[in-house]
Write a protein that binds this ligand. Structure first.
Ligand code: PLP
Length: 410
């Protein structure tokens, strides 16, 4: 989004025009930005080794976005059988889908076997049940928890000692016992330590532990280093230096493959890195309310549509796209939900009038996909900007959507 002739644009189209055409609240995605992020990450590794990116689709599951990633050559990282089915519907081949669930039933895993996708097992109980049932007839991947603490937020940091994710690296002897007893084939090893890993150093430490474990599995095809790529939310935030990671991990991986005696595939499963900054959320200011302590800007949306600030304190830059010049004032930006739902305190913005459209940045990942109907509001529409054109890719909901599955018995 650049400021051109005093007007904000997404993919070359004026945000004000989009807001008028589709109304608010509205999610808008820039396909080109997704492609740029994908290429940036892919290029950082592809010079060195065979790399495969599997887009972690829980970040944003609109089928058009899935198709876009499929076209780029991406695979798909899924965490539920429904995401597997969505991926199939979007055109992904079974071998390009990896299924990494946590705490799901053996029945759901059986369904994934039926679909023929790669399966990533994250606990000993399921590993054993899987081994007894499928033996060596269906190779699987094992999710290892290397116990490195990544990032600042406990809710999104999943690699620490008390985390429910993965099989502890200290339990690998048990893994080997299950694998040998049931004659299983382990085709991949995986770690995912969580979102917002700040620096390359921490990542490399985790990777070292995973590679050390990988030596002892003799039939691997790939090693999956998960995700955790950080994206900047504020002007001075740093993002993961993927070029440096590509250099260092790429070299380390090549030397590992030489020792291992086979060219393995290096995999990642980024969500946020690929779609976060491609997304914008537009909302209209319903009310400007001066209180004794602050000025509230009250929007036609709330945490039902964008929960990240309230859920895990994430910061989204907010700009007033209706007034791009002149006096700036300090605002507290809030939603219309009948609970405290604050998007941002003390935000400096060009003076807001009722009816102005505000634009939230970094609204591509975990925004629409976490939206709900709380307060019986309709979920927003979604628009994709692709090659200079705007496409409606999800209609705004209606009363029919709210009552669709309700059974009237009284
Ligand atoms: C959520 C998730 C990801 C994606 O994480 P991002 O921080 O969005 O990149 C990757 N792998 C697994 C297993 C996940 O659960």
């Amino acid at each position: 989004m650049e400021l051109q002739e005093n007007e904000y644009q997404i993919g070359g189209i004026s945000i004000n025009e989009i807001a008028q055409k589709y109304e608010t609240p509205l999610y808008v995605y820039d396909a080109e930005q997704m492609q740029l992020q994908y290429s940036k990450l892919h290029n950082a590794f592809s010079k060195k080794c065979t790399v495969k990116l599997n887009y972690a689709c829980k970040a944003l599951t609109n089928i058009n976005v899935l198709r876009l990633f499929n076209k780029m050559g991406s695979g798909l990282d899924t965490v539920s059988i429904q995401e597997v089915w969505l991926g199939k519907q979007a055109g992904f081949e079974a071998q390009d889908i990896i299924y990494t669930p946590n705490c799901v039933s053996m029945e759901e895993i059986d369904l994934a076997v039926n679909e023929g996708v790669k399966i990533n097992i994250d606990n000993l109980s399921i590993l054993e049940q899987f081994g007894i049932k499928y033996g060596n007839s269906y190779p699987v991947c094992v999710r290892v928890n290397p116990h490195i603490l990544a990032g600042g937020n406990h809710n999104i940091s999943v690699g620490h000692i008390d985390s429910k994710f993965g099989i502890s690296i200290y339990q690998l002897p048990h893994v080997h016992r299950i694998v040998e007893t049931n004659n299983m084939t382990i085709e991949g090893l995986h770690m995912h330590t969580g979102s917002d890993i700040l620096d390359v150093e921490v990542f490399l430490n985790g990777a070292e532990l995973l590679l050390d474990a990988a030596k002892d599995f003799k039939e691997l095809d790939y090693v999956d280093f998960g995700s955790g790529f950080k994206v900047p939310y504020k002007p001075n935030d740093i993002s993961t230096d993927v070029e440096s990671l590509g250099e260092q991990l790429g070299d380390r991986f090549i030397s590992f493959c030489e020792d291992y005696g086979k060219d393995l595939m290096l995999m990642f499963e980024p969500g946020k890195f690929l779609v976060s900054d491609a997304g914008y959320f537009l909302a209209t200011v319903n009310v400007v309310k001066q209180t004794t302590s602050t000025v509230f800007a009250g929007l036609d949306t709330g945490f039902n549509h964008l929960i990240r600030p309230m859920f895990y304190d994430s910061h989204h830059e907010i700009v007033n796209v209706s007034n791009t010049s002149g006096k700036e004032r300090i605002y507290t930006v809030v939603g219309y939900i009948c609970e405290t739902d604050c998007f941002g305190w003390n935000r400096r913005m060009h003076e807001i009038s009722e009816g102005d459209v505000l634009c939230f940045k970094n609204a591509g990942a975990y925004c629409f996909s976490m939206a709900s109907n709380y307060n019986s509001r309709f979920r927003p529409a979604e628009v994709l900007i692709h090659e200079g054109k705007d496409y409606l890719i999800r209609e705004r909901e209606t009363m029919e959507d709210l009552t669709r599955n309700q059974v009237e018995v009284l």
